[in-house]
Design a protein around this ligand. Structure first.
Ligand code: FPP
Length: 241
């Protein structure tokens, strides 16, 4: 039996084992967090970006090998231009610092989603970060202009281009944006909504789900500990007995 909790420097520290290797986050509630403070939605996203760093770092500390975050969906372009621009600026700020930070933390970054409508500068910087970090052993996938349906259609089209005339599940899986990592063990959504919102539709076939009312900018490592404990109390049967 693998120990979940390990003593380190007199404090109990949570360490996950191979049953929980990949957590995917739907980072919801930035707008409501800002509204509660009488601030514009953009302020919520700025705080959300800080929480993203805090939570992804914490997941690394507790032994999670792969983290995937839903940062911008294919539907988020419908938001007011000022909000879309603020989000793109936050992504750019992060991309500028990402390579240096990820090399220190041994993390391979991939930006998953359809990059076509992103600016040339952003695409170039993303490619540099992906290339520079590709041999690192842990994984961070940031979904930008990502849609699960779009990803499956894209995977089928890639398989057709590879000469397939009949498509198998394996053909789809090997062409997903996440073909370099295992399927998510846990999908974690903040801010009370209990839906997938077009996130990781294929990959979530056997994922466990965890929902909390906590708004993303308020999320703390203790909330991750609660979700992890809840995850370990469940039995995953993958359709078997
Ligand atoms: C959904 O909450 C959140 C988003 C559409 C944006 C998520 C982006 C971040 C947390 C920033 C991540 C930063 C980096 C660098 C990856 P919402 O705004 O729809 O909240 P609401 O439902 O309360 O309105």
């Amino acid at each position: 039996m693998i120990k979940l909790f390990k003593k380190k420097n007199q404090t109990e520290k949570l360490i996950c084992d191979q049953r929980l290797q990949h957590i995917a986050f739907i980072m919801d509630g930035n707008g409501r967090w800002a509204k509660k403070r009488g601030m514009p939605r953009e302020y919520g996203h700025t705080q959300g970006a800080k929480t993203f760093k805090l939570i992804t770092d914490y997941c690394g500390e507790i032994g999670i090998n792969t983290v995937t975050v839903y940062a911008f969906s294919t539907e988020n372009w419908k938001r007011p231009a000022a909000e879309v621009n603020a989000l793109m600026d936050l992504f750019m700020d992060y991309i500028y610092e990402a390579l240096e930070v990820m090399m220190k933390k041994d993390v391979c970054i991939r930006f998953i989603g359809d990059k076509t409508p992103l600016s040339d500068n952003m695409k170039k910087l993303m490619a540099d970060v992906e290339e520079g970090s590709k041999n690192n052993t842990r994984h961070l996938n940031i979904a930008i202009n990502y849609g699960g349906q779009d990803e499956i259609v894209n995977a089928v089209n890639l398989a057709l281009k590879q000469g397939k005339t009949e498509i198998s599940a394996q053909d789809i899986e090997s062409n997903l944006y996440t073909n370099h990592v295992a399927m998510p063990d846990l999908i974690f959504r903040t801010a009370g909504e209990q839906r997938l919102s077009n996130f990781l539709l294929w990959q979530s076939a056997y994922s466990e789900f965890y929902f909390t009312d906590v708004l993303w900018p308020d999320l703390k490592p203790e909330d991750i500990d609660k979700a992890v404990a809840d995850f370990y109390s469940r039995q995953r049967r993958y359709g078997g007995l």
